[in-house]
Design a protein around this ligand. Structure first.
Ligand SMILES: C[S@@+](CC[C@H](N)C(=O)[O-])C[C@H]1O[C@@H](n2cnc3c(N)ncnc32)[C@H](O)[C@@H]1O
Length: 298
């Protein structure tokens, strides 16, 4: 059995995703229990191959969890006080915000819940090294002009290390400039594209060249050879897919990182078309809203 924790306010999308994949589930608060070898996209964390532990007391629960692993994060759905007393008997979970590009923790982070008074359901095999998949940063509250930069910080810290300094990158839908700012701090040469202007202080950064036009009208011949294509454009997923395919067809860009944004409900048939692109991955970042992050690296 796997259990996914739905991202806050996105329970309906996790339910739609499981239904689309024809997977039956049981819901308890934001936890979704299901018997299928599947890691949902709309999940903050998924606990894989969960174990059911019958317990006779709080101390028994603590003993059994300790025997299975060191780090445990509780998501409580019932019997909250009893669950908390068990959690209090386990190693204290560190929840401090992390630095951009911090080393990843080197111990797994388990997840557990008290299913009923005498049953723990738990797993040490989870999709995140952070408690319940949360990824809070020590933020920069002065320079970035939007909080969108946190998505890129999370992507580079958890999923893929940044390109080498000096690499030429394209930032489509760049305004007001949070992503371009992150790229500039990494020493990347950024071509930023948006119909709206960049924040003034970001536009002045020496590493950034700004083109004020539609990303959909720009052809690969108009920009210098770029190695990475980033997009945070607000547009229909189908439109983004066509844009990405156009740039892929030209063959010069090998790496893509794009936010797939949904205005109404998520469109799983388009999501599958993104996933069908070789070497693709999709996650719901902790800092994603009603959107997913798709990337390809070659
Ligand atoms: C969520 S914001 C991007 C935030 C940005 N990544 C940051 O870190 O500050 C989405 C942007 O997409 C831009 N956009 C929408 N349609 C566009 C188009 N056709 N071409 C370029 N940009 C577009 C909007 O102007 C808006 O600035």
């Amino acid at each position: 059995m796997n259990i996914s924790l739905a991202p806050y306010t996105l329970e309906h999308e996790l339910e739609r995703e499981l239904t689309y994949r024809k997977i039956n589930f049981e819901k308890r608060d934001r936890l979704y229990f299901f018997d299928a070898d599947y890691k949902p996209l709309f999940a903050q964390v998924t606990w894989l191959n969960c174990k059911k532990l019958p317990i006779v007391s709080i101390n028994d629960g603590i003993k059994q969890l300790r025997a299975l692993g060191k780090n445990w994060a509780l998501f409580s759905v019932d019997h909250h006080r009893r669950a908390q007393l068990i959690q209090d008997g386990l190693a204290k979970v560190k929840e401090e915000p992390i630095l951009f590009l911090a080393n990843l923790p080197n111990h797994p982070m388990g997840g557990w819940t008290l299913y009923d008074k005498n049953t723990i359901i738990c797993s040490q095999e989870t999709t995140s090294l952070y408690p319940l998949g949360k990824c809070e940063f020590i933020e920069n509250k002065t320079i970035p002009p939007s909080r969108a930069y946190l998505k890129l910080w999370e992507f580079f810290t958890l999923h893929h290390r940044p390109p080498a300094s000096g690499t030429h990158v394209l930032d489509m839908g760049a305004c007001p400039g949070g992503w371009s700012w992150v790229m500039a701090t990494l020493g990347l040469k950024v071509t930023a594209v948006d119909k709206a202007p960049l924040d003034e202080k970001i536009g002045k950064l020496a590493q950034i060249t700004f083109l004020q036009e539609s990303a959909f009208g720009l052809s690969p011949e108009q920009v210098p050879q770029v190695d990475w294509f980033f997009s945070d454009i607000i547009c229909y997923p189908e439109r983004l897919l066509n844009l990405v395919k156009t740039w892929m067809a030209k063959g010069q860009v090998k790496n893509f990182v794009c936010t797939i944004k949904f205005q109404g409900e998520a469109n799983f048939s388009v999501i599958d078309q993104f996933l069908a692109i070789p070497n693709s991955k999709i996650v719901h970042l902790y800092h994603n809203k009603h959107e997913l992050t798709w990337w390809v690296n070659k």
